[in-house]
Design a protein around this ligand. Structure first.
Ligand SMILES: NC(=O)c1ccc[n+]([C@@H]2O[C@H](COP(=O)([O-])OP(=O)(O)OC[C@H]3O[C@@H](n4cnc5c(N)ncnc54)[C@H](OP(=O)(O)O)[C@@H]3O)[C@@H](O)[C@H]2O)c1
Length: 344
């Protein structure tokens, strides 16, 4: 473990290992949609992981995805892929509402499972997936890709070693303008910003301040069917605060800031993707984490290789992003929804 002396003149270095060194798993993909394309591209470009099969509810969509990514096997049902022996782990890339059923089905079929965020539509679903994995002795994890990025390992170390002094305030926003034809407008698919973009800001606040003792949220509907934006203040047991916004009505700066008594850490937008950040200490020192901005293709693979390492070590969940972190983040979102009187 590195020993740091104060005042600090350099940032900690990332402990994230080379993704190409991870043990190789045979992957199956459930749901060949937007994020699945990027996940498979990311694995192909940056790891030695093998994508063996894809499943869709529709044969043409499965075959088209398989053709695009040179995948050997295409199934026209999720169950058919789960019954196939040549898959070790399943990546669930379906809409939020299907995550719970897909994950439990994968575990029941004896497959490890990595589920897109959110792990379930609420904390109870996420906890059930974790419990089922533990019972089966299989891995389950949420692909909250941000937490696995090298940059976030550095951010977490900065907070953990107290480089910023006592943290008093966290600010984070994630807004993206969507048109009404996107699934995020569909209540039947648990649309709305909270379970989508909101998982990043709630998860970030939780990773800095821990479980909040107070959550105060206000919302604005997008239309008569669905919430459009939420702003919330969270406080921990010492009164330290996080101020969060998530919206699907407008683009927002998508920045995140951690303010401590001895310095502030400012992550450029989009804070949840690869990119730079700056630490400005009260003594005048300014330290920069220099990283080219990237997108999902540059970062989704880190959660996958973390899963591969866990499985090789016989572990049923990630140490970087254990199931309890997904459950507690969803519990924050559950509380916001309860206060707003909305179901999704
Ligand atoms: N990490 C990230 O940066 C990121 C970014 C975007 C989305 N996500 C997450 O990934 C998940 C999928 O999002 P997406 O944007 O990829 O969605 P999408 O493009 O709509 O794809 C979802 C896929 O799920 C399948 N599906 C299964 N049941 C469905 C149902 N009842 N209705 C509609 N589709 C269904 C569909 O494939 P078939 O019908 O062909 O089986 C569809 O292609 C979401 O939970 C989201 O939170 C993560």
């Amino acid at each position: 473990m590195a020993i740091y002396s104060f005042p600090m003149t350099t940032l900690p270095t990332s402990r994230v290992r080379d993704p190409r060194d991870a043990p190789v798993l045979r992957w199956g993909i459930l749901g060949p949609g937007w994020i699945a394309h990027r996940f498979v591209e990311s694995l192909a470009a940056r790891t030695g992981q093998r994508v063996m099969a894809v499943a869709s509810r529709n044969r043409d969509r499965a075959e088209s995805f398989a053709h695009t990514h040179s995948i050997d096997a295409a199934f026209d049902s999720y169950d058919a892929l789960l019954a196939w022996a040549d898959v070790d782990i399943v990546y669930v890339a379906t809409p939020h509402t299907e995550h719970h059923a897909c994950a439990l089905a994968a575990l029941a079929a004896g497959k490890h499972v990595l589920v897109e965020k959110p792990l379930g539509v609420d904390a109870a679903q996420a906890a059930e997936i974790g419990a089922a994995a533990t019972r089966a002795g299989l891995f389950a994890g949420e692909a909250m890709w941000t937490k696995f990025l090298p940059k976030f390992d550095v951010v977490q170390q900065i907070i953990d070693i107290g480089m910023l002094g006592p943290v008093r305030t966290v600010l984070a926003d994630h807004g993206e303008h969507f048109t009404p034809d996107h699934r995020i407008y569909d209540p039947a698919l648990a649309g709305g910003p909270l379970l989508d973009l909101g998982t990043y800001v709630a998860g970030f606040a939780y990773s800095v301040l821990g479980v909040p003792t107070t959550v105060a949220a206000i919302g604005q509907p997008a239309n008569e069917h669905i919430n459009g934006q939420v702003s919330a203040v969270l406080a921990d047991s010492r009164g330290n605060q996080a101020v969060l916004n998530t919206t699907m009505l407008t683009n927002t700066p998508t920045t995140a800031t951690v303010c401590g008594e001895d310095g502030i850490l400012e992550i450029a937008g989009p804070f949840f993707m690869p990119g730079p950040f700056t630490v400005s200490l009260r003594n005048g020192t300014v330290l920069t984490y220099a990283e080219d901005p990237g997108t999902q293709v540059d970062g989704l693979h880190y959660a996958a290789v973390d899963a591969a390492r866990c499985i090789a070590d016989g572990r049923t969940e990630s140490a970087v992003h254990p199931v309890v972190d997904a459950v507690r983040t969803l519990a924050i979102i559950d509380e916001m929804r309860a206060q707003l009187g909305i179901s999704v």
